[in-house]
Design a binder for this molecule. Structure first.
Ligand code: ADP
Length: 616
């Protein structure tokens, strides 16, 4: 029974493939996201670095600018103090002329410059009278209440910011300014005060008030003609508003990128001096930078806090853009991978189905082949039985026909003798057909009885039997050294007999048969035996088919035969696990060959030793 073709797909194949596809897609997504996170991290780090660098740069520039500005203000005040000290007798017009230079110098934040002199309570009338004489007739010194030891009166002044005159004011009312003046006097150099609310801003509304500070330079009389030559005369004092000073000094370099706070850290605690805030929001998440600012006699520091505008183009968040692009690419990759994997799975399923169909086809063919083989075996067996049963009646026919040819032939009419000859010839042909059929059946059915077969001896016996029956023409036969092989001696004899018989038979009448029998060891093991003749040869196109039963090649019609001999040879060699074939013999004729397994090594040596006596 031949199985019907079925297409098999592995059970649960689709869910398994889906599971695998999901795993691969998840893997691609995970890899993509890891890549994106790494890229975003790298971009963020690079942005942070650039941000830090930019802030560092801004802070350094702000600190340098403030340092330079303070130096400029100090120098300017020192110049004024020197000019005032150089006057033999200082009058108001001279003071105005000396300080007129401040109008030309840009001194943003400065409210004015003043000459300040010390005076105790008893000295006030004298000092006031002296400076009224020096050109300030309306001067009225106003001692600060509560200060009895020493007053610090502004006797001459020039307003820089357009505010009114501060003449007559007592700076002792501002302890920070008083301290700076005292420090300047003691140190003989410029001093900067701690921050305080300037006296002239007392009338300004509280919310508009700024902190300020004073720069004080001691004035010494340097004119040799002066009555007080070499004496301390007072101070040149410049008052500044911290916020205005900052705004003017650094607005150009800081812009909207940073907030700047100037503070005084002399006492270990940072007290503000001024602050400049941009309109952009301060980035509270990032630490501000602080640098020291050298000012006379004090320690200032500037603190710079970043806004989002520190980096040009920071509004474009590259890390966010990278994250978006990375996610998009990951999604595309996942979709692509999913598509590729599912088409691969589809292709694999198609291959599986095709393989299953092929397997079914092979099974079916094998079943058919087995069936055919069984039929053939039955047929061969049947032919053997029939041949066997026909043998004895045929032997009687041949016997009687032969008897009649011998005894009754002289008494028969020539025509009847002719009939008798035909009867005898036909019976003989039938005899050989039956023999061949029996041999063919034997080749197929007989149990193989393997033993070591000495081919030298076997070939010699076949030649002896065959050559005895060829009549006049004695063949030329060359036999090379032949090996001992592993096989059934009866069946191998049948092989050699058939091939030698054909070689003798298919030699044209009148030509001397010529045979060569050789053996060659095969590399893969076993032997190749060749039987070559100089006979009629076989057309190339028919060399493959002459081993099929009942097939006879063109040109063999004049020679008696059944077409079974080579089929027997083929079957026997096949059963020995060998191969058989024929090729053209160069120079004319055919070269038949077959392969057989070698005898086991110990038997081989015995066979070689016995070979010396083999017939040729
Ligand atoms: P047959 O009884 O006809 O000889 P075989 O099976 O022995 O049958 O040979 C099949 C055919 O092969 C032969 O009919 C012949 O045509 C060809 N043949 C076999 N041996 C030879 C040979 N030595 N030289 C030429 N032809 C051969």
């Amino acid at each position: 029974m031949i199985p019907a073709p079925t297409v098999q797909t592995p059970a649960g194949g689709a869910p398994r493939a889906r599971g695998r596809r999901s795993r691969i897609v998840v893997l691609v997504v995970a890899l993509g996201m890891i890549g994106t996170v790494l890229a975003v991290g790298a971009l963020r780090r690079a942005a942070e670095d650039r941000f830090d660098q930019a802030l560092e740069q801004r802070t350094t520039m702000v600190a340098r600018t403030l340092t330079a500005e303070m130096r400029r203000y100090t120098t300017s005040l020192l110049d004024l103090a020197a000019a005032v000290g150089a006057q033999a007798q200082l009058s108001r017009p001279e003071f105005d002329a000396i300080t007129a230079a401040t109008d030309r110098q840009r001194l943003p934040g400065a409210t004015g410059v003043a000459l300040v002199v010390p005076a105790t309570d008893p000295e006030i009338p004298r000092v006031q009278a002296a400076w009224r004489r020096a050109g300030h007739p309306g001067l009225r010194l106003q001692p600060a209440p509560g200060h009895t030891s020493e007053h610090l009166f502004v006797v001459l002044n020039r307003a820089i910011d357009g505010s009114g005159s501060a003449a007559g004011q007592d700076l002792a009312a501002a302890p920070e300014a008083a301290a700076a003046l005292s420090q300047a006097r003691e140190g003989h150099q410029v001093a900067v005060s701690a921050s305080y609310r300037l006296l002239q801003d007392a009338a300004v509304p509280h919310e508009a008030q700024q902190l300020g500070f004073a720069l004080a330079a001691p004035v010494y009389s340097t004119s040799p003609s002066a009555s007080d030559a070499g004496q301390f005369r007072g101070w040149m004092v410049m008052a500044l508003r911290g916020g205005d000073f900052l705004q003017e000094a650094i607005s150009r370099i800081a812009g909207e990128t940073v907030a700047v706070t100037l503070s005084d850290a002399s006492n270990g605690v940072a007290t503000p001096v001024g602050r400049r805030l941009p309109s952009a929001a301060i980035d509270e998440s990032r630490p501000a930078r602080t640098l020291p600012i050298p000012v006379p006699q004090r320690t200032w520091q500037v603190t710079v806090a970043p806004t989002e505008l520190v980096l040009a183009g920071t509004a474009l968040h590259l890390d966010v853009v990278a994250a978006l692009i990375g996610t998009l690419i990951t999604a595309l990759l996942a979709a692509l991978t999913g598509t590729v994997v599912s088409s691969r799975d589809r292709a694999l399923r198609r291959v599986d189905a095709a393989t299953a169909a092929l397997r079914d086809d092979i099974n079916r063919r094998e079943a058919v082949e087995q069936q055919l083989r069984r039929r053939e075996e039955e047929l061969v067996g049947f032919a053997g039985v029939v041949a066997h049963d026909l043998r004895s009646p045929l032997a009687r026919i041949t016997g009687y026909a032969d008897f009649l040819r011998e005894e009754a032939a002289p008494r028969l009419e020539p025509e009847h003798r002719e009939f008798l000859e035909r009867l005898y010839g036909g019976a003989q042909r039938m005899q050989s057909l039956i023999d061949d059929l029996l041999n063919y059946a034997t080749a197929d059915n007989r149990t193989l009885r393997r033993t070591e077969v000495d081919l030298n001896r076997l070939v010699a016996e076949v030649i002896r039997d065959r050559v005895g029956g060829t009549g006049g023409q004695q063949p030329t036969i060359m036999i090379g050294p032949l090996p001992g092989v592993d096989g059934d001696p009866v069946l191998l004899r049948q092989v050699v007999d058939n091939l030698v018989g054909n070689a003798l038979k298919y030699t044209p009448a009148g030509q001397q048969p010529c045979l060569e029998i050789t053996g060659t060891a095969l590399e893969a093991g076993g032997w190749r035996i060749e039987i070559a003749d100089r006979g009629i040869g076989i057309p190339a196109a028919q060399r493959a088919t002459v081993f099929d039963p009942f097939i006879r090649a063109d040109g063999s019609q004049p020679y008696h035969g059944t077409g079974l001999g080579l089929a027997i040879v083929h079957r026997i060699i096949e059963r020995h696990g060998g191969e058989v074939g024929v090729r053209e013999n160069p120079g004319g004729g055919s070269r038949f060959w077959f392969t057989v397994p070698a005898a086991p090594p110990d038997e081989q040596s015995t066979a070689t030793a016995e070979r010396t006596g083999a017939a040729r």
